[in-house]
Design a protein around this ligand. Structure first.
Ligand SMILES: [Fe+2]
Ligand SMILES: [Fe+2]
Length: 179
């Protein structure tokens, strides 16, 4: 893993543990999932493509942005190579880029930490950090909004799970406000 990516990983670890403490998550699982979340990020795409095809990971990944591949491939590899068998940790790795419907607390923590670790700098990141002081769902919604806007501007496809994740967060936020 290049130095720059490793610094990002350490930033995600630090942020994920902070978020776990703030929102009542499991800090050990947050630490482990954050540490491993980009395990295959720097792997050649053909190596990841082979694993997606041969290990029967979701084939629709191949039709979408290659940025998504490392999350699913990473979850598979850390199970195979390091014996990580905690499904919650594996899911948090698997869905850290796309999100999914009914995200667990750990999924949200790792995904949000990935958006807002101290080394991140993109339009809207400060809004995400401000919201993360108080509300995990609203912060993550701002993260998905920025991803979807970016993909639309670049003319790229949007992975369906990201749309489902965003819709689900909106529903949760509205339900919480109406209580
Ligand atoms: Fe990643
Ligand atoms: Fe990352």
């Amino acid at each position: 893993m290049p130095d720059k990516r490793w610094r990002h990983v350490l930033g995600v670890v630090e942020t994920a543990v902070e978020l776990a403490d703030r929102f009542g998550g499991d800090r050990d699982k947050a630490w482990l999932a954050a540490l491993l979340h980009d395990y295959t990020k720097a792997w050649p795409t053909d190596k990841m493509e082979t694993i997606i095809r041969e290990q029967h990971l979701p084939q629709e990944l191949l039709e979408h942005d290659k940025e998504l591949w490392h999350a699913h491939v990473g979850a598979w590899v850390v199970r195979q190579e390091h014996g990580i068998d905690d499904e919650e940790v594996l899911d948090a790795i698997r869905y850290h880029t796309s999100g999914r419907e009914r995200m667990t607390l750990l999924d949200k923590i790792v995904c949000l930490a990935d958006y807002m670790e101290p080394g991140r700098d993109f339009p809207g990141v400060n809004k995400i950090r401000e919201r993360a002081q108080h509300n995990l769902d609203e912060a993550l919604l701002a993260g998905f909004d920025s991803t979807i806007q970016f993909l639309v501007e670049k003319g790229k496809t949007i992975f369906p799970l990201t749309v489902l994740a965003r819709n689900d967060l909106l529903r949760i936020i509205r339900e919480n406000k109406s209580i």
